[in-house]
Design a protein. Sequence first.
Length: 377
Amino acid sequence: MVAPVDLFAPQRCPRLVVKIGSSLLVTPEGQVRRQWLEGLVAELAARRSAGQQILVVSSGAIALGARRLHMPKGGRASLEDAQASAAVGQIELAQVYAELFAAHGIQAAQLLLTLQDLEDRRRYLNVRATAGRLVEAGAIPIINENDTVTTAEIRFGDNDRLAARVGQAVEAGGVILLSDIDGLFTGDPKRDPTARLIPVVPQLTPEIEVMAGGVGASGMGSGGMVSKLQAARIASSGGCHMAIISGKVDQPLTRFEVEGIGTVFPAPESAPAARKRWLAGRLKVAGRLVIDDGAVEALLHGRSLLPAGVRAVEGPFERGDVVDITALNGRVVARGLSSYHAGEAARLCGRKSHEIEAILGYAPRAALVHRDDMVIL
């Protein structure tokens, strides 16, 4: 049996994504924790020498830029302050990484992404191709959300989910989130001295998600344990193992490798096809189809979603848009591409497939969502 920590070793994980949060990288005064970062870069360089392709998802641009521009509240007093701070801080962040990796003879690269870059299928494929070519050429991409142009409606909101989406896109074997806490505990260790670290989470159950409430929020970044569990769900759907480990120590990857301290979320043995991984990891959907218990059972057995099993249609989606498919109790069962727009889907609710042409005047597909365009969640 493979030890959880070995899932991220170079020989088992050819491509690894490592995420670094603001509170680890930047001091409260807005300075880079250079000595700590030098140690981490040395670890990444060693893994690259061992044959592992590395991608880094790094926060810190807003925190760095806010100090240079003397912005209040760390640059987060307003959207405009955050965007201006990011524009200044990203330059400094890139310079630091370029310098530290160059000391090991490694070329750093920069990728700034927006939510739509990974939500839109064509742009998603472009990101995958670019990032893949960079690591194949020996470079280490430094990836961040493009905070200079994103708004609340079109952003990831935290780099935990961005890291998971990047791992999914580039078909990484693993994603490691460097956190301000050792991993997921049974309670908040800052308040509950009896809280225990959970070393392995084989499945994300509602009980596990309850444990995430309020744990690990540093106050400087935008994440927390809730976002990390969301990232774990995205990573798992893409066939990526994920780990949460403490970055508040020198050489955190070595500590994880030697001592195994952290929480590992193993991915299922069989990952869905690339197109379905993209569907599973999307953060925005255009609408929702509510289905009965019989339809839920049919989907779980690999069948398409037929109109007869649909009980309600929500959202103004168009044909080809991504929709969630939920049970009557609200649980999201699947996600897929709708074969019809919302108005047509509403007219077809509860009807037999052979009735579609009589109702709409045409019948391009018998299913509202075909199984080839659907992923079970």
